[in-house]
Design a protein around this ligand. Structure first.
Ligand code: B12
Ligand code: SF4
Ligand code: SF4
Length: 260
């Protein structure tokens, strides 16, 4: 059994001769009790740190479809722990057709909270003798196309935290798109989750309100250039200065409002 909180040093059987990354054989040392225990402790910690969503994505499975999934991170990983935190409804509801300084603040602070939580979770995994990498919540590391280290939407979808809506965002069945996400990559072969069913149904709220006209009937029709141009315009608004918007986030409030 793993005993994260109680242990001071790393878990000796796994760490002494481990190199970064792992093979099937090495991971054979993780029995199903360990997997359940580690997952449950991570989940508890995530909840204590403010997460409202928690899931595990099977990266081995995703890499079959997307071989370059982890091209922008160092190391070999087979799972991602993905967590989501809520934006404040009162802030989001203040958005009409552009970002507000309050939204910008809530966006930034939520990123800090997510990043902090991801580092705590990664630390917990590392102390148990496994590799862990906390992926930044909102850091851009490539242009044309613009990308983060890995896509939290993609991983969150695979971890069963929601579906990809018309607005291209990860839509939580409970909180809609008013959530932000972060992922921790690991070579600990945790029990994975799988995607959930969910669609926008007849809802079209985000299409109607997008100030750039960037949202189409399906996420494949999303016009990233239009969205990006609008967000670039918004960077010139007083007290904003970054590529944020929030209009399609506000539109998608989950609950009965999604029209699913
Ligand atoms: C760069 C970036 C941007 C760029 C756009 C770049 C782009 N390519 O999308 C700009 C500046 C325009 C932008 C805008 C916005 N962003 Co932004 N952005 C990012 C960032 C840092 C990287 C995204 C990335 O790597 N994209 C690359 C592609 C490959 O992945 P993706 O677009 O994320 O995911 C697509 C695919 O994976 C695919 N997909 C998902 N599941 C599956 C399953 C299968 C089987 C397949 C084939 C495909 C597939 O669909 C996804 C959506 O198109 C992420 C943080 C992160 N590291 O993920 C935040 C992130 C995506 N942004 C976010 C948000 C909220 C916004 C904005 C609303 C701005 C704001 N904060 O007000 C808008 C929304 C635009 C929109 N409707 O999509 C959130 C989304 C949260 C959510 N609930 O989904 C993220 C995840 C940040 C976070 N930590 O929560 N963003
Ligand atoms: S606002 Fe409605 S149409 Fe848009 S993503 Fe959310 S559920 Fe789908
Ligand atoms: S972020 Fe703004 S401009 Fe981009 S799709 Fe959403 S509502 Fe439209």
């Amino acid at each position: 059994m793993f005993r994260f909180q109680q242990e001071i040093g790393p878990r000796t059987p796994n760490t002494e001769h481990r190199t970064h990354g792992s093979t099937e054989n090495e991971m054979g040392t993780m029995n199903s009790d360990d997997r359940t225990e580690i997952r449950s402790q991570l989940r508890t910690m995530a909840r204590e740190l403010g997460a409202k969503a928690f899931g595990v994505a099977d990266l081995d499975l995703l890499k079959k479809d997307t071989p370059d999934l982890l091209a922008l991170v160092p190391g070999e990983f087979c799972r991602a722990v993905v967590i989501g935190m809520r934006l404040q409804d009162s802030v989001v509801e203040g958005i009409v057709d552009r970002p507000t300084p309050l939204y910008f603040h809530n966006y930034r602070q939520t990123n800090y909270r997510l990043d902090r939580a991801a580092i705590e979770l990664a630390d917990m995994i590392q102390n148990a003798g496994y590799a862990a990498l906390a992926v930044p919540a909102s850091q851009i590391v490539a242009r044309d196309p613009m990308r983060g280290h890995v896509s939290h939407r993609r991983l969150g979808y695979a971890a069963g935290l929601g579906f990809i809506g018309r607005n291209c965002l990860l839509v939580s069945p409970k909180y809609g798109a008013r959530m932000r996400y972060v992922s921790v990559l690991t070579d600990a072969r945790l029990e994975p989750d799988g995607p959930i069913d969910g669609t926008c149904g007849s809802c079209r709220r985000c299409i109607d309100v997008c100030p750039a006209g960037a949202i189409g009937e399906t996420s494949d029709e999303f016009d990233l250039d239009k969205c990006y141009r609008k967000l670039s315009e918004f960077t010139r608004l007083s007290f904003i200065g970054q590529h944020v918007c929030g209009v399609c986030v506000r539109a998608c409030s989950g609950g009965g409002n999604r029209g699913t």
